[in-house]
Design a protein around this ligand. Structure first.
Ligand code: ARG
Length: 461
């Protein structure tokens, strides 16, 4: 039996206890308490300023909400399931504490616009944190790129050795991805940044409210323009989940590479012991658990995006209770993305790069074959013809278990008389890397300049 309901007037029967539990969101939406209180304070101040409620009531409301805030933060606030959600838990407690004034707080407002403003305030803060973590990860990548400048590794296509590249160039590829992720967060924060409060339940309110004043109090640069849309829109949450899904996709690709590079077959890097675990049976094992887990957590973020898209699909305007299901996927995504970025930033900073193993792998697999072809092109041979000539020399080398740079001058001449002794210096790993000097290439000077540009926070748009 629940007599404490704030909406009990119309009802003659008490809510079934299981229905109460089933429909309640307090177990998870209590996370919104700070934002709910902040929104309520701004609303109350506006009501007072507009003469809708007495100033004395505003003072009592603000003081009462401050008290509730400190109780929740101290862990002494009793949340009640029969009060359904964070909004009614706080409001009921406020009225119990300050009486009549507390009961005036909800004037000109509905939980529909209240929850909309709460989630926007919450997500706006969290997006800021996600961006900070992205910056930290970028810093770690730049740190490794700078520290290992000059280290050569094989670049791959189809996971087959393709051409030698700088390890730093590989790190900067991830910097590009994470900077785009940051840009996506910023974009979606811009669209989120409008005040929905004042929409009431769906149609607006009969009271002479001042939405612009509330917006200014809550640092929203504008107010939403349609009350129906204001309470039924969750695009900002979907955009955050989409941006987060792409971000996690990037982390999963990075994870996969770190896992491969940690194998004894590659042996390109060593992750610090604090990011790995052992096996309970095989004493030799050191497992890259952190990247594996992040790779796995990508699935839950994609799932969260699908969950909310499906919740919102075909919902009629305006608010529907279905939308209460927006919170858990959002909260889970915030936790997953922040946790994954934080742990990656630290793990990358502590990663040890095995330059010799990378170099040795780069020298295998005929990674300089394109450079021989380019050499021939510079003598005037058409590229397609050069490709054919080098293809034959690679096959010759495979049969004799040789590398291209081990062919004698006579053997080279057998493939083309255009090849002279300067072929040897043209196809070293360094020459191969440093010849790729155009913007975006892997040449040492190019990568060094890119690191400097990125350290200054350059816009990669
Ligand atoms: N707990 C609800 C939610 O999260 C708050 C809004 C409820 N509005 C309503 N009319 N029942 O969506």
């Amino acid at each position: 039996m629940s007599k404490d309901k704030l909406w009990g007037g119309r009802f003659s029967q008490p809510t079934d206890t299981f229905v109460e539990e089933f429909t309640a969101s307090i177990d998870f939406d209590k996370r919104l308490y700070r934002h709910d209180i902040r929104g309520s304070m701004a609303h109350a101040r506006m009501l007072g300023r507009q003469g809708i409620i007495p100033q004395a009531d505003v003072d009592a409301i603000v003081a009462g909400l401050e008290d509730i805030l400190s109780r929740i933060e101290a862990g002494t606030f009793d949340f009640s399931v029969s009060l359904e959600d964070i909004h009614m838990n706080i409001e009921a407690r406020l009225s119990a504490a300050i009486g009549e004034a507390g009961k005036r707080l909800h004037t000109g407002r509905s939980r529909n616009d209240q929850v909309a403003v709460d989630i926007r305030l919450y997500l706006r803060d969290e997006m800021g944190e996600v961006m900070d973590y992205l910056d930290r990860l970028t810093d770690s990548l730049l740190f490794q790129a700078e520290r290992n400048l000059g280290v050569i590794m094989p670049g791959y296509t189809h996971l087959q050795v393709a051409q030698p590249i700088l390890f730093s160039h590989h790190m900067l590829a991830y910097v590009e991805m994470f900077r785009r992720d940051r840009g996506r967060m910023e974009d979606c924060r811009k669209r989120l940044d409008a005040l929905p409060l004042g929409a009431g339940a769906l149609a607006g309110t009969t009271f002479p409210i001042d939405r612009e004043f509330v917006a200014a109090q809550l640092d929203f640069p504008e107010v939403t323009r349609n009350s129906l849309d204001s309470v039924s829109d969750r695009d900002f949450a979907l955009e955050f989940l989409s941006a987060s899904s792409i971000l996690m996709m990037h982390l999963s690709r990075f994870s996969e590479e770190l896992i491969l590079w940690s194998t004894s077959e590659f042996d390109f890097i060593e992750l610090s012991d604090s990011f790995c675990t052992g096996s309970s049976i095989m004493p030799q094992k050191k497992n890259p658990d952190v990247p594996e887990l992040v790779r796995g957590k990508t699935g839950r973020v994609y799932g969260n995006l699908m969950a909310l898209l499906t919740v919102m699909k075909a919902l009629p305007l305006a608010y529907n209770k279905d939308m209460q299901e927006d919170k858990e996927p959002l909260f889970d995504t915030v936790d997953t993305v922040k946790g994954s970025l934080k742990i990656f930033a630290d793990m990358i900073r502590e990663m040890r790069v095995k330059a010799d193993a990378m170099r040795e792998a780069a020298a295998r697999g005929f990674s300089n074959a394109t450079d021989v072809a380019d050499y021939l092109v510079r003598t005037g041979m058409p590229f397609r013809e050069a490709h054919e000539v080098v293809g034959q020399s690679v096959r010759y080398c495979i049969e004799r278990k040789k590398r291209l740079e081990e062919l004698s001058m006579e053997e080279w001449k057998g493939f083309s008389d255009r090849i002279g002794p300067d072929i040897y210096e043209a196809i070293t790993l360094e020459a191969s890397v440093n010849a790729r000097r155009a913007t975006g290439g892997t040449a040492l000077e190019r990568v060094r300049a890119e690191i400097e540009r990125l350290k200054k926070g350059a816009d990669t748009g």
